[in-house]
Design a protein. Structure first.
Length: 170
């Protein structure tokens, strides 16, 4: 499926990929949902993948809501001291932060952040969403590109990671 470039496509793909993600999860026996993934250095469990998605959606929501309500002093997408060269360190901190989060909590958190993202996306203006440089705080890209990355394409990444897991279980 091509990367969304309209609001309708983004809403549709985000919802469709989210539903695919949870259909995949729901099809897995609980012991597999709780199993360790041998193939990945950072995301070692299903819970790790889900909290990763949740935290990146929190970043998106904060980025959009804060910047749309301001006229100056825009906040960057990634919190200091991170940037797009150093975000793997942030991902590692996300992993550490959630080591006591249960799988059920991770599922609940992701369901909520997904709903919040869909609601936010539904309220964004269609004619501005995919226009590069429309919002100064998006730099040279479009707000839609940030939204795709934190929703539909991130769900697609998660699905691929989870599908890979059974093949690597011992």
């Amino acid at each position: 499926m091509p990367r969304p470039n309209t609001k309708n496509d983004l809403l549709h793909q985000s919802q469709a990929h989210f539903e695919q993600l949870f259909a995949l999860i729901d099809s897995m026996p609980l012991d597999m949902q709780l199993a360790k993934f041998d193939y990945n250095e950072r995301d070692k469990t299903l819970r790790d993948i889900l909290v990763h998605l949740f935290e990146w959606q929190k970043l998106l929501l904060h980025f959009v809501q804060t910047n749309l309500s301001k006229t100056t002093d825009f906040v960057p997408f990634l919190p200091a001291p991170y940037n797009f060269r150093t975000y793997p360190k942030m991902n590692q901190e996300i992993w550490h932060k959630h080591q006591k989060t249960s799988l059920d909590e991770a599922k609940t958190m992701l369901h909520k952040s997904h709903r919040d993202c869909i609601e936010m996306l539904a309220n964004l203006p269609e004619n501005e969403l995919f226009v590069k440089k429309h919002y100064a705080w998006c730099g040279t890209t479009s707000l839609g590109s940030y939204c795709v990355s934190a929703t539909s394409s991130h769900y697609d990444w998660a699905i691929k990671m989870i599908k890979k897991a059974p093949k690597t279980q011992k």
